[in-house]
Unconditional design. Structure first.
Length: 99
């Protein structure tokens, strides 16, 4: 049992070291760039519009995600305020449609 525990800990710590190491991300990044250039270079050479669509799509996804995160927080705050205001109003005036 003890030997296995020690091995598991060693594996976990080496995994954590890999996650914290910038070299891991450099390697992953260069691998991604290599496979992307291998995929896109022939398309660019052949004059395909596919890379352009992919770039536009990726950009719009990134922009939409970022703005949604920021707007989402603001919108949730506003909604919370409106809900509270309505609750207070109903408490004071009752929930009927007429005044």
């Amino acid at each position: 049992g003890n030997c296995l525990q020690h091995r598991t800990l060693a594996t976990m710590s080496s995994t954590v070291e890999k996650l914290l190491s910038p070299q891991t991300y450099k390697t992953a990044g260069s691998n991604i760039m290599a496979s992307m250039s291998a995929y896109y270079k022939p398309l660019f050479r052949s004059g395909s519009v596919k890379p352009l669509w992919h770039i536009m799509l990726a950009t719009s996804i990134v922009m939409y995600t970022a703005s949604y995160q920021y707007k989402g927080i603001a919108v949730q705050e506003l909604r919370r305020e409106k809900a509270l205001a309505l609750e207070e109003y109903y408490e004071k005036h009752g929930k009927s449609g007429h005044h």
